[in-house]
Design a protein around this ligand. Structure first.
Ligand code: F6R
Length: 607
Protein backbone atom coordinates (compact mmCIF):
# COMPACT_ATOMS: atom_id res chain seq x y z
CA UNK A 1 0.00 0.00 0.00
CA UNK A 2 2.99 2.21 -0.25
CA UNK A 3 3.41 3.85 -3.65
CA UNK A 4 6.53 3.59 -5.79
CA UNK A 5 7.70 5.65 -8.77
CA UNK A 6 11.01 5.45 -10.65
CA UNK A 7 12.22 7.37 -13.72
CA UNK A 8 15.30 7.04 -15.93
CA UNK A 9 15.42 9.92 -18.39
CA UNK A 10 17.50 12.30 -20.46
CA UNK A 11 16.10 15.22 -18.46
CA UNK A 12 15.58 16.09 -14.79
CA UNK A 13 13.14 13.82 -12.97
CA UNK A 14 12.45 15.25 -9.49
CA UNK A 15 9.27 17.19 -10.34
CA UNK A 16 7.82 14.23 -12.19
CA UNK A 17 8.70 11.83 -9.41
CA UNK A 18 6.65 14.01 -7.07
CA UNK A 19 3.84 14.24 -9.63
CA UNK A 20 3.75 10.45 -9.88
CA UNK A 21 3.72 10.19 -6.09
CA UNK A 22 0.79 12.57 -5.85
CA UNK A 23 -1.20 10.15 -7.97
CA UNK A 24 -0.26 7.36 -5.57
CA UNK A 25 -1.07 9.20 -2.36
CA UNK A 26 -4.25 7.11 -2.06
CA UNK A 27 -1.93 4.18 -1.23
CA UNK A 28 -0.57 5.80 1.91
CA UNK A 29 0.34 9.17 3.30
CA UNK A 30 2.46 8.56 6.39
CA UNK A 31 5.64 9.97 4.79
CA UNK A 32 7.16 10.55 1.37
CA UNK A 33 10.61 10.83 -0.16
CA UNK A 34 12.70 10.82 -3.32
CA UNK A 35 16.29 9.88 -4.18
CA UNK A 36 18.13 10.83 -7.38
CA UNK A 37 21.53 10.15 -8.88
CA UNK A 38 22.84 13.68 -9.40
CA UNK A 39 26.50 13.54 -10.39
CA UNK A 40 27.72 13.65 -6.81
CA UNK A 41 26.19 10.32 -5.94
CA UNK A 42 22.77 9.45 -4.63
CA UNK A 43 20.98 12.26 -2.77
CA UNK A 44 17.58 12.13 -1.13
CA UNK A 45 14.88 14.28 0.47
CA UNK A 46 12.20 12.91 2.77
CA UNK A 47 9.42 14.28 4.92
CA UNK A 48 6.89 12.83 7.37
CA UNK A 49 3.20 13.15 6.51
CA UNK A 50 1.71 14.01 3.16
CA UNK A 51 3.46 14.65 -0.14
CA UNK A 52 2.97 18.39 0.25
CA UNK A 53 5.53 18.26 3.09
CA UNK A 54 8.04 16.60 0.76
CA UNK A 55 7.34 19.32 -1.80
CA UNK A 56 8.12 22.00 0.81
CA UNK A 57 11.34 20.15 1.67
CA UNK A 58 12.30 20.11 -2.01
CA UNK A 59 11.43 23.79 -2.40
CA UNK A 60 13.76 24.60 0.50
CA UNK A 61 16.55 22.27 -0.60
CA UNK A 62 16.09 21.24 -4.23
CA UNK A 63 17.72 18.13 -5.66
CA UNK A 64 17.55 16.83 -9.19
CA UNK A 65 19.06 14.28 -11.52
CA UNK A 66 18.10 12.20 -14.53
CA UNK A 67 17.50 8.97 -12.66
CA UNK A 68 15.49 8.61 -9.45
CA UNK A 69 13.05 6.72 -7.27
CA UNK A 70 10.25 7.96 -5.00
CA UNK A 71 7.91 6.61 -2.36
CA UNK A 72 4.79 7.43 -0.40
CA UNK A 73 4.47 5.31 2.72
CA UNK A 74 1.79 3.44 4.61
CA UNK A 75 3.64 2.36 7.73
CA UNK A 76 3.88 -1.31 8.66
CA UNK A 77 7.16 -1.67 10.58
CA UNK A 78 8.32 1.46 12.38
CA UNK A 79 6.48 4.65 13.26
CA UNK A 80 5.42 7.03 10.50
CA UNK A 81 8.22 9.55 11.08
CA UNK A 82 11.04 11.15 9.09
CA UNK A 83 13.62 8.54 10.10
CA UNK A 84 11.52 5.66 8.75
CA UNK A 85 10.58 7.44 5.52
CA UNK A 86 11.80 5.86 2.27
CA UNK A 87 14.05 5.90 0.27
CA UNK A 88 16.38 4.01 2.60
CA UNK A 89 20.11 4.23 2.08
CA UNK A 90 23.12 2.05 2.66
CA UNK A 91 26.40 3.13 1.08
CA UNK A 92 25.86 3.53 -2.65
CA UNK A 93 22.37 2.11 -2.63
CA UNK A 94 18.91 3.65 -2.19
CA UNK A 95 15.70 1.63 -2.21
CA UNK A 96 11.94 2.10 -2.01
CA UNK A 97 9.72 -0.79 -0.97
CA UNK A 98 6.06 -1.70 -0.80
CA UNK A 99 5.10 -4.80 1.19
CA UNK A 100 6.56 -6.63 4.16
CA UNK A 101 9.90 -8.45 4.33
CA UNK A 102 9.07 -11.29 6.68
CA UNK A 103 12.64 -12.46 7.27
CA UNK A 104 14.00 -8.97 7.89
CA UNK A 105 15.05 -9.69 11.48
CA UNK A 106 17.27 -12.58 10.46
CA UNK A 107 18.78 -10.61 7.59
CA UNK A 108 19.29 -7.62 9.84
CA UNK A 109 21.13 -9.66 12.46
CA UNK A 110 23.33 -11.23 9.81
CA UNK A 111 24.17 -7.86 8.26
CA UNK A 112 24.75 -6.26 11.65
CA UNK A 113 27.32 -8.97 12.37
CA UNK A 114 29.03 -7.90 9.15
CA UNK A 115 29.25 -4.32 10.40
CA UNK A 116 26.12 -2.81 8.88
CA UNK A 117 24.55 -0.11 11.04
CA UNK A 118 20.81 0.42 10.71
CA UNK A 119 19.19 3.82 10.98
CA UNK A 120 15.49 2.90 11.02
CA UNK A 121 12.98 0.50 12.59
CA UNK A 122 11.68 -0.57 9.18
CA UNK A 123 11.81 -3.99 7.59
CA UNK A 124 12.62 -2.26 4.28
CA UNK A 125 16.03 -0.85 5.20
CA UNK A 126 17.49 -4.34 5.18
CA UNK A 127 17.08 -4.41 1.37
CA UNK A 128 19.47 -1.48 0.88
CA UNK A 129 22.04 -3.03 3.20
CA UNK A 130 21.77 -6.43 1.59
CA UNK A 131 22.40 -5.00 -1.88
CA UNK A 132 25.38 -3.04 -0.52
CA UNK A 133 26.63 -6.22 1.16
CA UNK A 134 26.74 -7.98 -2.21
CA UNK A 135 28.40 -4.96 -3.86
CA UNK A 136 31.06 -5.15 -1.13
CA UNK A 137 31.56 -8.78 -2.04
CA UNK A 138 32.44 -7.71 -5.59
CA UNK A 139 29.17 -8.38 -7.42
CA UNK A 140 28.13 -5.88 -10.08
CA UNK A 141 24.98 -3.79 -9.61
CA UNK A 142 22.55 -6.16 -11.30
CA UNK A 143 23.96 -9.28 -9.67
CA UNK A 144 23.97 -7.62 -6.25
CA UNK A 145 20.31 -6.62 -6.70
CA UNK A 146 19.35 -10.12 -7.88
CA UNK A 147 21.28 -11.77 -5.05
CA UNK A 148 19.42 -9.59 -2.58
CA UNK A 149 16.00 -10.29 -4.08
CA UNK A 150 16.67 -14.02 -3.97
CA UNK A 151 16.95 -13.80 -0.19
CA UNK A 152 13.82 -11.79 0.49
CA UNK A 153 10.82 -13.56 1.96
CA UNK A 154 7.38 -11.99 2.14
CA UNK A 155 5.65 -9.60 -0.18
CA UNK A 156 7.41 -6.84 -1.98
CA UNK A 157 7.61 -4.46 -4.84
CA UNK A 158 10.99 -2.81 -4.73
CA UNK A 159 12.86 -0.24 -6.82
CA UNK A 160 16.51 0.55 -6.25
CA UNK A 161 19.31 2.86 -7.31
CA UNK A 162 22.58 0.97 -7.16
CA UNK A 163 25.82 2.91 -7.52
CA UNK A 164 26.81 6.56 -7.50
CA UNK A 165 26.60 7.15 -11.23
CA UNK A 166 24.47 4.28 -12.48
CA UNK A 167 21.53 5.61 -14.56
CA UNK A 168 19.43 2.51 -13.98
CA UNK A 169 16.45 1.58 -11.82
CA UNK A 170 16.39 -2.03 -10.61
CA UNK A 171 12.95 -3.35 -9.80
CA UNK A 172 11.34 -6.56 -8.60
CA UNK A 173 7.91 -7.73 -7.58
CA UNK A 174 6.65 -10.57 -5.47
CA UNK A 175 3.17 -10.13 -4.10
CA UNK A 176 2.88 -6.38 -4.70
CA UNK A 177 2.15 -4.87 -8.11
CA UNK A 178 4.68 -3.03 -10.28
CA UNK A 179 4.50 -1.74 -13.84
CA UNK A 180 7.19 -0.53 -16.24
CA UNK A 181 6.30 2.41 -18.49
CA UNK A 182 7.79 3.22 -21.91
CA UNK A 183 8.27 6.92 -22.74
CA UNK A 184 10.13 8.81 -25.46
CA UNK A 185 13.76 8.72 -24.43
CA UNK A 186 12.82 7.72 -20.91
CA UNK A 187 11.49 4.80 -18.93
CA UNK A 188 9.36 4.56 -15.80
CA UNK A 189 8.52 2.24 -12.96
CA UNK A 190 5.35 2.61 -10.90
CA UNK A 191 3.07 0.87 -8.46
CA UNK A 192 0.29 1.21 -11.00
CA UNK A 193 -0.43 2.60 -14.45
CA UNK A 194 -2.36 5.50 -12.92
CA UNK A 195 0.88 6.89 -11.42
CA UNK A 196 2.53 6.83 -14.85
CA UNK A 197 -0.46 8.06 -16.85
CA UNK A 198 0.81 11.68 -17.25
CA UNK A 199 4.07 10.35 -18.72
CA UNK A 200 3.07 7.31 -20.74
CA UNK A 201 0.26 4.85 -21.27
CA UNK A 202 2.48 2.15 -22.79
CA UNK A 203 3.05 -0.18 -19.90
CA UNK A 204 4.23 -3.65 -19.12
CA UNK A 205 2.95 -5.39 -16.00
CA UNK A 206 5.65 -7.33 -14.18
CA UNK A 207 4.45 -10.80 -13.21
CA UNK A 208 4.94 -12.56 -9.89
CA UNK A 209 8.63 -13.12 -9.21
CA UNK A 210 9.79 -10.90 -12.09
CA UNK A 211 12.72 -8.53 -11.78
CA UNK A 212 13.59 -5.75 -14.21
CA UNK A 213 16.61 -3.67 -15.10
CA UNK A 214 15.26 -0.39 -16.39
CA UNK A 215 17.61 1.90 -18.29
CA UNK A 216 16.91 4.97 -20.40
CA UNK A 217 15.86 3.12 -23.54
CA UNK A 218 15.03 -0.41 -22.53
CA UNK A 219 13.96 -2.88 -19.90
CA UNK A 220 15.30 -6.39 -19.38
CA UNK A 221 12.85 -8.60 -17.50
CA UNK A 222 13.75 -11.89 -15.85
CA UNK A 223 11.24 -14.31 -14.40
CA UNK A 224 11.57 -15.99 -11.01
CA UNK A 225 14.01 -18.55 -12.41
CA UNK A 226 16.30 -15.77 -13.67
CA UNK A 227 15.47 -16.46 -17.32
CA UNK A 228 15.17 -13.46 -19.64
CA UNK A 229 11.52 -13.14 -20.68
CA UNK A 230 9.38 -10.92 -22.87
CA UNK A 231 6.25 -9.47 -21.32
CA UNK A 232 3.51 -7.86 -23.41
CA UNK A 233 3.43 -4.11 -23.66
CA UNK A 234 -0.11 -2.80 -23.47
CA UNK A 235 -1.88 0.52 -23.62
CA UNK A 236 -3.34 1.42 -20.24
CA UNK A 237 -6.91 2.66 -20.40
CA UNK A 238 -6.40 4.92 -17.40
CA UNK A 239 -6.86 8.69 -17.80
CA UNK A 240 -3.96 11.06 -17.16
CA UNK A 241 -6.43 13.55 -15.77
CA UNK A 242 -6.22 13.59 -12.01
CA UNK A 243 -9.67 13.17 -10.53
CA UNK A 244 -10.86 16.55 -9.29
CA UNK A 245 -13.32 17.40 -6.54
CA UNK A 246 -15.27 19.74 -8.83
CA UNK A 247 -17.78 21.72 -6.80
CA UNK A 248 -17.58 19.35 -3.85
CA UNK A 249 -15.58 19.90 -0.69
CA UNK A 250 -14.32 16.35 -0.50
CA UNK A 251 -13.93 13.31 -2.71
CA UNK A 252 -16.16 11.33 -0.36
CA UNK A 253 -18.96 13.85 -0.84
CA UNK A 254 -18.44 13.86 -4.60
CA UNK A 255 -18.37 10.08 -4.82
CA UNK A 256 -21.54 9.73 -2.76
CA UNK A 257 -23.23 12.07 -5.24
CA UNK A 258 -21.86 10.18 -8.24
CA UNK A 259 -23.84 7.06 -7.33
CA UNK A 260 -26.86 7.61 -9.60
CA UNK A 261 -24.51 7.87 -12.59
CA UNK A 262 -22.25 5.01 -11.47
CA UNK A 263 -25.25 2.76 -10.95
CA UNK A 264 -26.72 3.68 -14.34
CA UNK A 265 -23.41 2.85 -16.07
CA UNK A 266 -22.98 -0.39 -14.17
CA UNK A 267 -26.54 -1.60 -14.69
CA UNK A 268 -26.41 -0.84 -18.41
CA UNK A 269 -23.39 -3.10 -18.77
CA UNK A 270 -25.31 -6.10 -17.43
CA UNK A 271 -28.68 -5.87 -19.12
CA UNK A 272 -29.24 -7.50 -22.47
CA UNK A 273 -31.27 -4.75 -24.17
CA UNK A 274 -32.93 -7.19 -26.58
CA UNK A 275 -34.42 -9.53 -23.96
CA UNK A 276 -34.20 -7.61 -20.69
CA UNK A 277 -32.26 -10.40 -19.02
CA UNK A 278 -28.92 -10.20 -17.21
CA UNK A 279 -25.78 -10.73 -19.32
CA UNK A 280 -22.95 -12.03 -17.21
CA UNK A 281 -20.37 -12.81 -19.91
CA UNK A 282 -17.78 -15.42 -19.04
CA UNK A 283 -19.05 -15.56 -15.46
CA UNK A 284 -22.44 -16.91 -16.58
CA UNK A 285 -21.52 -20.61 -17.01
CA UNK A 286 -19.35 -20.60 -13.89
CA UNK A 287 -22.24 -19.30 -11.80
CA UNK A 288 -24.89 -21.40 -13.48
CA UNK A 289 -23.06 -24.71 -13.09
CA UNK A 290 -21.52 -24.36 -9.64
CA UNK A 291 -22.88 -26.52 -6.81
CA UNK A 292 -21.68 -23.98 -4.30
CA UNK A 293 -20.27 -20.48 -4.37
CA UNK A 294 -17.62 -18.90 -2.20
CA UNK A 295 -17.58 -15.10 -2.01
CA UNK A 296 -14.31 -13.71 -0.69
CA UNK A 297 -13.31 -10.11 -0.02
CA UNK A 298 -12.14 -7.64 2.65
CA UNK A 299 -13.80 -4.73 4.46
CA UNK A 300 -16.66 -3.06 2.69
CA UNK A 301 -16.29 -5.39 -0.30
CA UNK A 302 -16.81 -8.30 2.10
CA UNK A 303 -20.04 -6.69 3.25
CA UNK A 304 -21.17 -6.51 -0.39
CA UNK A 305 -20.46 -10.25 -0.57
CA UNK A 306 -22.51 -10.75 2.60
CA UNK A 307 -25.54 -9.03 1.03
CA UNK A 308 -25.08 -11.14 -2.11
CA UNK A 309 -25.31 -14.33 -0.04
CA UNK A 310 -28.95 -13.50 0.77
CA UNK A 311 -29.66 -12.86 -2.92
CA UNK A 312 -27.95 -15.94 -4.35
CA UNK A 313 -29.44 -18.28 -1.76
CA UNK A 314 -32.90 -16.70 -1.80
CA UNK A 315 -33.30 -16.36 -5.55
CA UNK A 316 -31.02 -18.92 -7.16
CA UNK A 317 -31.07 -21.54 -4.41
CA UNK A 318 -27.31 -21.84 -4.50
CA UNK A 319 -25.39 -22.16 -1.27
CA UNK A 320 -22.94 -19.30 -0.73
CA UNK A 321 -20.17 -19.15 1.81
CA UNK A 322 -18.73 -15.75 2.50
CA UNK A 323 -15.18 -15.45 3.70
CA UNK A 324 -12.92 -12.66 4.83
CA UNK A 325 -9.92 -13.06 2.53
CA UNK A 326 -7.33 -12.85 5.31
CA UNK A 327 -9.06 -15.72 7.14
CA UNK A 328 -9.76 -17.87 4.10
CA UNK A 329 -6.16 -17.97 2.97
CA UNK A 330 -4.70 -19.09 6.29
CA UNK A 331 -6.94 -22.00 7.06
CA UNK A 332 -7.38 -25.15 5.09
CA UNK A 333 -10.69 -24.41 3.45
CA UNK A 334 -12.73 -27.36 2.29
CA UNK A 335 -13.36 -26.35 -1.29
CA UNK A 336 -16.43 -27.59 -3.12
CA UNK A 337 -15.76 -30.12 -5.88
CA UNK A 338 -17.81 -28.25 -8.39
CA UNK A 339 -17.82 -24.73 -7.04
CA UNK A 340 -16.99 -21.26 -8.21
CA UNK A 341 -15.43 -18.43 -6.25
CA UNK A 342 -16.28 -14.74 -6.41
CA UNK A 343 -13.65 -12.16 -5.42
CA UNK A 344 -14.99 -8.70 -4.81
CA UNK A 345 -12.52 -5.83 -4.81
CA UNK A 346 -12.57 -2.18 -5.79
CA UNK A 347 -8.81 -2.01 -6.34
CA UNK A 348 -8.26 -5.56 -7.57
CA UNK A 349 -4.96 -5.42 -5.68
CA UNK A 350 -5.91 -6.26 -2.08
CA UNK A 351 -3.17 -8.71 -1.08
CA UNK A 352 -5.36 -11.12 0.86
CA UNK A 353 -8.08 -11.21 -1.78
CA UNK A 354 -5.47 -11.74 -4.50
CA UNK A 355 -3.84 -14.58 -2.53
CA UNK A 356 -7.23 -16.21 -1.92
CA UNK A 357 -7.95 -16.01 -5.65
CA UNK A 358 -4.62 -17.63 -6.48
CA UNK A 359 -5.38 -20.40 -4.02
CA UNK A 360 -8.70 -21.08 -5.75
CA UNK A 361 -7.08 -20.86 -9.20
CA UNK A 362 -4.58 -23.49 -8.14
CA UNK A 363 -7.39 -25.65 -6.88
CA UNK A 364 -8.86 -25.28 -10.38
CA UNK A 365 -12.03 -23.67 -9.15
CA UNK A 366 -13.66 -21.24 -11.53
CA UNK A 367 -12.80 -17.73 -10.32
CA UNK A 368 -14.74 -14.53 -10.94
CA UNK A 369 -13.53 -11.04 -10.02
CA UNK A 370 -16.07 -8.28 -9.32
CA UNK A 371 -13.67 -5.39 -9.83
CA UNK A 372 -13.52 -1.66 -10.36
CA UNK A 373 -9.94 -1.68 -11.70
CA UNK A 374 -9.89 -3.50 -15.05
CA UNK A 375 -6.08 -3.74 -15.26
CA UNK A 376 -5.49 -4.88 -11.70
CA UNK A 377 -3.71 -8.07 -10.65
CA UNK A 378 -6.97 -9.87 -9.85
CA UNK A 379 -8.41 -8.81 -13.23
CA UNK A 380 -5.42 -10.29 -15.01
CA UNK A 381 -5.47 -13.61 -13.20
CA UNK A 382 -9.13 -14.43 -12.70
CA UNK A 383 -11.18 -16.58 -15.12
CA UNK A 384 -13.92 -14.01 -15.55
CA UNK A 385 -14.08 -10.30 -14.75
CA UNK A 386 -17.31 -8.55 -13.89
CA UNK A 387 -16.60 -4.84 -13.85
CA UNK A 388 -18.17 -2.32 -11.56
CA UNK A 389 -18.27 0.87 -13.59
CA UNK A 390 -18.06 3.23 -10.63
CA UNK A 391 -15.16 5.22 -12.11
CA UNK A 392 -12.08 6.09 -10.04
CA UNK A 393 -12.80 6.16 -6.33
CA UNK A 394 -10.33 8.48 -4.62
CA UNK A 395 -11.82 8.83 -1.14
CA UNK A 396 -10.41 6.07 1.05
CA UNK A 397 -13.86 5.07 2.29
CA UNK A 398 -15.62 3.01 -0.31
CA UNK A 399 -18.96 4.54 -1.31
CA UNK A 400 -19.86 4.37 -4.99
CA UNK A 401 -17.72 1.25 -5.45
CA UNK A 402 -19.79 -0.51 -2.77
CA UNK A 403 -23.15 0.25 -4.36
CA UNK A 404 -21.80 -0.64 -7.81
CA UNK A 405 -20.57 -3.98 -6.38
CA UNK A 406 -24.06 -4.59 -5.01
CA UNK A 407 -25.59 -3.79 -8.41
CA UNK A 408 -23.30 -6.30 -10.17
CA UNK A 409 -23.95 -8.94 -7.52
CA UNK A 410 -27.71 -8.40 -7.78
CA UNK A 411 -27.52 -8.93 -11.54
CA UNK A 412 -25.32 -11.99 -11.00
CA UNK A 413 -27.82 -13.52 -8.58
CA UNK A 414 -30.66 -12.86 -11.02
CA UNK A 415 -28.73 -14.26 -13.99
CA UNK A 416 -27.91 -17.37 -11.97
CA UNK A 417 -31.50 -17.79 -10.81
CA UNK A 418 -32.66 -17.49 -14.42
CA UNK A 419 -30.08 -19.96 -15.74
CA UNK A 420 -31.10 -22.49 -13.06
CA UNK A 421 -34.76 -22.10 -13.85
CA UNK A 422 -35.58 -20.65 -10.41
CA UNK A 423 -36.97 -17.45 -11.90
CA UNK A 424 -38.86 -17.35 -15.17
CA UNK A 425 -38.60 -14.66 -17.85
CA UNK A 426 -41.40 -12.56 -16.37
CA UNK A 427 -40.00 -12.67 -12.87
CA UNK A 428 -36.58 -11.71 -14.17
CA UNK A 429 -38.06 -8.84 -16.14
CA UNK A 430 -39.79 -7.53 -13.01
CA UNK A 431 -36.53 -7.66 -11.09
CA UNK A 432 -34.62 -5.92 -13.85
CA UNK A 433 -37.31 -3.27 -14.08
CA UNK A 434 -36.89 -2.65 -10.36
CA UNK A 435 -33.09 -2.52 -10.54
CA UNK A 436 -33.27 -0.19 -13.53
CA UNK A 437 -34.82 2.37 -11.19
CA UNK A 438 -31.61 2.51 -9.16
CA UNK A 439 -30.28 5.74 -10.69
CA UNK A 440 -33.57 7.50 -9.91
CA UNK A 441 -33.96 5.93 -6.47
CA UNK A 442 -30.40 6.77 -5.46
CA UNK A 443 -30.93 10.34 -6.68
CA UNK A 444 -33.99 10.56 -4.43
CA UNK A 445 -32.02 9.04 -1.54
CA UNK A 446 -29.51 11.88 -1.85
CA UNK A 447 -32.33 14.23 -0.89
CA UNK A 448 -32.03 13.06 2.73
CA UNK A 449 -28.70 14.87 2.85
CA UNK A 450 -29.85 17.80 4.95
CA UNK A 451 -31.53 15.48 7.44
CA UNK A 452 -28.29 13.48 7.81
CA UNK A 453 -26.45 16.76 8.34
CA UNK A 454 -28.90 17.64 11.14
CA UNK A 455 -28.40 14.26 12.84
CA UNK A 456 -24.60 14.35 12.54
CA UNK A 457 -23.90 16.59 15.60
CA UNK A 458 -25.73 14.04 17.76
CA UNK A 459 -23.54 11.21 16.48
CA UNK A 460 -20.44 13.39 16.78
CA UNK A 461 -21.23 14.02 20.46
CA UNK A 462 -21.98 10.39 21.33
CA UNK A 463 -19.63 7.92 22.95
CA UNK A 464 -20.65 5.26 20.46
CA UNK A 465 -23.30 4.50 17.88
CA UNK A 466 -25.07 1.23 17.06
CA UNK A 467 -26.35 0.16 13.67
CA UNK A 468 -28.86 -2.68 13.45
CA UNK A 469 -30.76 -4.50 10.71
CA UNK A 470 -32.12 -7.89 9.73
CA UNK A 471 -31.69 -9.96 6.57
CA UNK A 472 -29.94 -8.03 3.80
CA UNK A 473 -29.94 -5.02 6.12
CA UNK A 474 -27.70 -6.79 8.63
CA UNK A 475 -24.58 -6.46 6.43
CA UNK A 476 -25.75 -2.90 5.77
CA UNK A 477 -25.71 -2.26 9.53
CA UNK A 478 -22.11 -3.50 9.59
CA UNK A 479 -21.30 -1.21 6.68
CA UNK A 480 -22.92 1.79 8.41
CA UNK A 481 -20.76 1.17 11.48
CA UNK A 482 -17.60 0.62 9.44
CA UNK A 483 -18.17 3.82 7.47
CA UNK A 484 -18.77 5.87 10.61
CA UNK A 485 -15.75 4.59 12.50
CA UNK A 486 -13.28 4.83 9.64
CA UNK A 487 -13.99 8.46 8.80
CA UNK A 488 -14.84 9.84 12.26
CA UNK A 489 -12.68 7.64 14.55
CA UNK A 490 -15.76 7.21 16.79
CA UNK A 491 -16.65 3.76 18.14
CA UNK A 492 -19.52 2.22 16.20
CA UNK A 493 -20.92 -1.30 16.16
CA UNK A 494 -23.15 -3.07 13.69
CA UNK A 495 -25.36 -5.96 14.77
CA UNK A 496 -28.05 -8.26 13.50
CA UNK A 497 -31.07 -6.69 15.19
CA UNK A 498 -32.10 -9.99 16.77
CA UNK A 499 -28.67 -10.52 18.26
CA UNK A 500 -28.48 -7.45 20.49
CA UNK A 501 -30.24 -9.05 23.42
CA UNK A 502 -27.59 -11.76 23.50
CA UNK A 503 -25.00 -9.36 24.91
CA UNK A 504 -24.49 -6.02 23.21
CA UNK A 505 -27.68 -4.54 24.68
CA UNK A 506 -25.67 -4.11 27.89
CA UNK A 507 -23.96 -1.17 26.20
CA UNK A 508 -27.15 0.79 25.60
CA UNK A 509 -27.46 3.81 27.88
CA UNK A 510 -29.74 6.81 28.03
CA UNK A 511 -29.22 8.66 24.73
CA UNK A 512 -27.10 6.02 22.89
CA UNK A 513 -27.82 6.48 19.18
CA UNK A 514 -29.12 3.35 17.44
CA UNK A 515 -29.48 3.57 13.67
CA UNK A 516 -32.00 0.99 12.51
CA UNK A 517 -32.18 0.10 8.83
CA UNK A 518 -35.70 -1.13 8.31
CA UNK A 519 -37.46 -0.58 5.01
CA UNK A 520 -40.73 -2.46 4.69
CA UNK A 521 -40.16 -6.18 4.30
CA UNK A 522 -41.28 -9.42 5.91
CA UNK A 523 -38.90 -8.88 8.83
CA UNK A 524 -40.14 -5.38 9.67
CA UNK A 525 -42.29 -6.45 12.64
CA UNK A 526 -39.41 -8.36 14.20
CA UNK A 527 -37.08 -5.40 13.76
CA UNK A 528 -39.66 -3.11 15.37
CA UNK A 529 -39.66 -5.36 18.44
CA UNK A 530 -35.89 -4.99 18.66
CA UNK A 531 -36.24 -1.23 18.33
CA UNK A 532 -38.71 -1.30 21.24
CA UNK A 533 -36.12 -3.14 23.32
CA UNK A 534 -33.57 -0.43 22.57
CA UNK A 535 -35.94 2.47 23.11
CA UNK A 536 -37.07 1.03 26.46
CA UNK A 537 -33.47 1.26 27.61
CA UNK A 538 -33.10 4.88 26.63
CA UNK A 539 -31.64 4.52 23.11
CA UNK A 540 -32.14 7.40 20.72
CA UNK A 541 -33.44 5.69 17.59
CA UNK A 542 -32.66 6.92 14.09
CA UNK A 543 -34.75 4.96 11.61
CA UNK A 544 -33.87 4.50 7.94
CA UNK A 545 -37.03 3.29 6.26
CA UNK A 546 -39.42 3.87 3.37
CA UNK A 547 -42.73 5.70 3.13
CA UNK A 548 -44.78 2.68 4.18
CA UNK A 549 -42.42 1.92 7.07
CA UNK A 550 -42.29 5.47 8.44
CA UNK A 551 -45.52 5.14 10.44
CA UNK A 552 -43.91 2.51 12.67
CA UNK A 553 -41.34 4.99 13.86
CA UNK A 554 -43.39 8.12 14.59
CA UNK A 555 -43.50 7.28 18.30
CA UNK A 556 -40.36 5.22 18.50
CA UNK A 557 -37.66 7.20 16.72
CA UNK A 558 -36.15 10.59 17.40
CA UNK A 559 -35.37 10.85 13.66
CA UNK A 560 -36.91 9.00 10.74
CA UNK A 561 -35.08 9.11 7.42
CA UNK A 562 -37.67 8.29 4.79
CA UNK A 563 -36.41 6.87 1.51
CA UNK A 564 -38.51 6.22 -1.58
CA UNK A 565 -40.13 2.78 -1.88
CA UNK A 566 -37.40 0.34 -2.88
CA UNK A 567 -38.69 -2.49 -5.04
CA UNK A 568 -37.00 -5.86 -5.66
CA UNK A 569 -33.33 -5.97 -4.79
CA UNK A 570 -32.80 -2.21 -4.68
CA UNK A 571 -33.19 -1.83 -0.89
CA UNK A 572 -29.63 -2.41 0.35
CA UNK A 573 -28.19 -0.31 -2.48
CA UNK A 574 -30.40 2.69 -1.76
CA UNK A 575 -30.10 2.35 2.04
CA UNK A 576 -26.30 2.57 1.75
CA UNK A 577 -26.62 6.24 0.79
CA UNK A 578 -27.98 7.68 4.08
CA UNK A 579 -25.40 5.57 5.95
CA UNK A 580 -22.63 7.16 3.88
CA UNK A 581 -24.11 10.62 4.39
CA UNK A 582 -24.36 10.14 8.16
CA UNK A 583 -20.66 9.17 8.26
CA UNK A 584 -19.66 12.02 5.96
CA UNK A 585 -21.48 14.77 7.88
CA UNK A 586 -20.32 13.45 11.25
CA UNK A 587 -16.73 13.55 9.99
CA UNK A 588 -17.35 17.06 8.66
CA UNK A 589 -18.65 18.14 12.05
CA UNK A 590 -15.61 16.66 13.79
CA UNK A 591 -13.16 18.07 11.24
CA UNK A 592 -11.48 14.75 10.41
CA UNK A 593 -9.96 14.19 6.99
CA UNK A 594 -12.57 11.79 5.64
CA UNK A 595 -10.83 11.47 2.26
CA UNK A 596 -7.62 10.28 3.85
CA UNK A 597 -8.51 9.05 7.34
CA UNK A 598 -5.64 8.38 9.70
CA UNK A 599 -3.91 4.99 9.52
CA UNK A 600 -5.75 3.94 6.36
CA UNK A 601 -4.87 3.62 2.69
CA UNK A 602 -6.98 2.94 -0.36
CA UNK A 603 -5.27 -0.14 -1.67
CA UNK A 604 -4.16 -2.71 0.90
CA UNK A 605 -1.34 -4.64 -0.75
CA UNK A 606 0.07 -6.06 2.47
CA UNK A 607 -1.36 -8.99 4.37
C1 F6R B 1 -13.89 0.75 3.67
C2 F6R B 1 -13.06 0.29 2.58
C3 F6R B 1 -12.29 -0.96 2.78
C4 F6R B 1 -12.18 -1.75 1.46
C5 F6R B 1 -11.24 -2.96 1.64
C6 F6R B 1 -11.15 -3.80 0.40
O1 F6R B 1 -14.61 1.89 3.33
O2 F6R B 1 -12.98 0.92 1.56
O3 F6R B 1 -12.81 -1.75 3.80
O4 F6R B 1 -13.45 -2.17 1.07
O5 F6R B 1 -9.97 -2.50 2.00
O6 F6R B 1 -10.59 -3.07 -0.65
P1 F6R B 1 -10.77 -3.54 -2.14
O7 F6R B 1 -12.20 -3.42 -2.47
O8 F6R B 1 -9.90 -2.62 -2.94
O9 F6R B 1 -10.29 -4.97 -2.20
Amino acid sequence: MCGIVGIVSNRPVSARLVEGLTRLEYRGYDSAGIAVVNGQGIVRRRAPGKIINLQHELDDAPIDGTCGIAHTRWATHGRPNMENAHPHRAGNVAIVHNGIIENFKLLREELAQNGHVFATQTDSEVIAHLIQHYLDKGLDAEDAFMACVARLEGAYAVAALVGDTNQTVYAARHGSPLVVGFGEGEMFVGSDAFALAPFTKRVLYLEEGDSAVVSIDKVCVRDKTGTLVTRDIMTASISAVMAEKGNYRHFMEKEIHEQPEALARTMAAYIDPENDIPTLGKAAPLLAEADRLIAIACGTAYLAASVAKYWFEGLAGVHVETDIASEFRYRTPALPKNGAALFISQSGETADTLAAMRFCNQATMGTIGVLNAPESSIARETDAVMRTLAGPEIGVASTKAFTAQLAVLAMSALGTAHARGRLDDDQIKDHIKALSQLPELSQKALAVKSQCEEIAPMLAASKQTFFIGRGVYYPLALEGALKLKEVTYLPAEGYAAGELKHGPIALIEEGTPVVVIAPTDELMEKTISNVEEMAARGARVIAITDEAGAKHFTERASHTIVLPDMPGLTGPIVCAIPLQLLAYFTALKLGTNMDQPRNLAKSVTVE
